[in-house]
Design a protein around this ligand. Structure first.
Ligand code: GDP
Ligand code: GDP
Length: 468
């Protein structure tokens, strides 16, 4: 069994993550530093990965020179024994001097480290990710241990270290000598256009929508007969079911809750997809297909789900189902109502300009063949990485064309930036007065990014930081 050590200064959320991985409350979690005194071990799971997880003590008791000694004794052993190390920082607090010295120590002593920027729920958290990037331990994984967000990304970052190869779940034998995932800094030629992930990692897909829009029908249509019900996945939700299938040679894993459950067990009472189910499915998905009913007015609830998908940073595809119902009018009326619906959707989802909208009939099968190509395309964009050099050339041009405003007679300066994360593309910009930069300027940059780097329809996040 591979061993995973959780390390980091006190209060970054190690125990909380431990509990989440182990799945029961076997470590004490509390606000006062010093609660986590012992090393705790438990059997951990994250989706398909299984490992022993070790929660190390913080260094809070040590003072001055004793700190070094303590750190080495308590953490060194855990790190030495571990096949993989999760180094946690508190993204809300940003990188502290203690984090820095910890990182320095880990760079020298631990080979397989994944940096986790915890407490990343909501917007504030993402900010610390940029700083975590600067720790020199590769691309940080934004996470919220408390809210269970980012677990899919954590799984992906861990898979090469736990399984030994990058392809998810496909390794027969773990390879103890697998190299850690590393994000090259500075020279990023290899990343340009290159695949961000091995091709056989399943694409995690969810189909959500209001009751009766045709989710189950669409599912049947997509899966045909070669579906494989793989049952509840650990780390997903107890009630969720994953279905694996292939499309165009690519593994697809469908995360479904109520919709599939209904199919899986005929004796189960008919359920509607609750808001909680939807959120759960969205959080575990990479791409979310929101099914809506062409014959019905676009409802608040449809837009609310779409916004939730975008807020969660997932790639969104809208499937307008039952277009056969639209066909009852003449061709002109039909085209007009289709345009109206599309425009309304695009206008309501301005944050993801160009979101793919596929009209289809799950019942007749018409247009269904367009859905999966749209899913694959948006997934690729969602995984896009823009090289730092190209990004900064672009940024300089944007700033020159339209400089940021003056504040108190001094111009806000945008110095440089970098893409700190994919899935969704997230950029950090170093700005002299981050708080003073108007929202409209951020929009100008986001729209520019979308157009110039061809990122239609994916959520794009931009985080402003003050240079240190
Ligand atoms: P440890 O000392 O590193 O083991 O940290 P704990 O797991 O005890 O967490 C310290 C504090 O941070 C607790 O109050 C947790 O509830 C809180 N915490 C942990 N994870 C998160 C998170 O993802 N978001 C937020 N906002 N708080 C968290
Ligand atoms: P779910 O609740 O979202 O899973 O919806 P279902 O798949 O159970 O479908 C709800 C109803 O819509 C059923 O009566 C389906 O037969 C019907 N339906 C599904 N797809 C289509 C379609 O493309 N056209 C029409 N006219 N009806 C459809």
């Amino acid at each position: 069994m591979r061993k995973l050590a959780l390390v980091g200064r006190p209060n970054v959320g190690k125990s909380t993550l431990f509990n989440r991985l182990v799945g029961r409350r076997s470590a004490i979690v509390a606000d006062d530093p010093g609660t986590t005194r012992d090393r705790r071990e438990g059997a951990g799971r994250l989706a398909d990965l299984e490992f022993t997880v070790v929660d190390t003590a913080g260094w809070e008791e040590a003072k001055g020179a004793a700190l070094e000694a303590r750190m080495r004794r308590q953490t060194e052993q855990a790190v030495k024994d571990a096949d993989a190390v999760l180094f946690l920082i508190d993204a809300r607090a940003g990188v502290t001097p203690l984090d820095k010295s910890f990182a320095q120590w880990l760079r020298a002593h631990a080979r397989k480290t994944v940096t986790v920027a915890n407490k990343c729920e909501g917007r504030d958290g993402v900010a610390g990710v940029a700083e975590a990037f600067g720790l020199g331990l590769g691309e940080p994984v934004p996470l919220s241990a408390e809210h269970g967000l980012g677990l899919a990304d954590l799984r992906d970052a861990l898979a090469p270290l736990i399984i030994g190869v990058a392809a998810a779940g496909d390794a027969d034998e773990p390879d103890p000598h697998a190299a850690p995932v590393e994000v090259p800094e500075g020279e990023d030629a290899d990343w340009e256009g290159g695949p961000e992930e091995p091709p056989d990692r399943p694409l995690q897909l969810a189909i959500v929508g209001r009751p009766n829009v045709g989710k189950s029908t669409l599912l049947n249509r997509l899966l045909g007969e070669d579906r494989v019900l793989t049952g509840p996945e650990a780390g997903i939700t107890r009630d969720a079911i994953a279905v694996d299938w292939r499309f165009d040679g690519r593994r697809i894993r469908l995360i479904d809750t109520a919709g599939l459950r209904r199919r899986a067990n005929v004796f189960e009472r008919l359920e509607t997809l609750s808001a909680r189910d939807t959120l759960e499915a969205v959080r575990f998905a990479e791409v979310v297909v929101l099914a809506i009913d062409a014959g019905q007015m676009l409802e608040k609830q449809d837009l609310a789900i779409a916004r939730m998908v975008v807020d969660e940073g997932r790639a969104l595809v809208i499937a307008v189902n039952k277009i056969d119902a639209l066909s009852r009018g003449d061709a002109k009326a039909q085209a007009a109502s289709w345009r109206k619906l599309r425009d309304r959707l695009q206008a309501s989802l301005a944050q993801v300009k160009g979101v793919p909208i596929v009209g289809l009939s799950a019942q007749s099968g018409r247009g269904v063949d367009k859905l999966m190509p749209a899913v694959m395309k948006i997934h690729a964009l969602w995984n896009r990485r823009i090289p730092t050099a190209a990004f900064n050339r672009w940024l300089a041009a944007m700033v020159e064309r339209n400089p940021p405003p003056l504040v108190d007679g001094r111009r806000i300066r945008i110095r440089y930036g970098a893409q700190v994360k994919t899935r969704p593309p997230t950029f950090a910009l170093f700005v002299s007065k981050p708080a003073a930069l108007p929202e409209s300027y951020t929009r100008y940059l986001v729209n520019g990014l979308r157009d110039d780097f061809d990122l239609p329809g994916v959520p794009i996040r931009v985080v402003m930081r003050k240079p240190k």
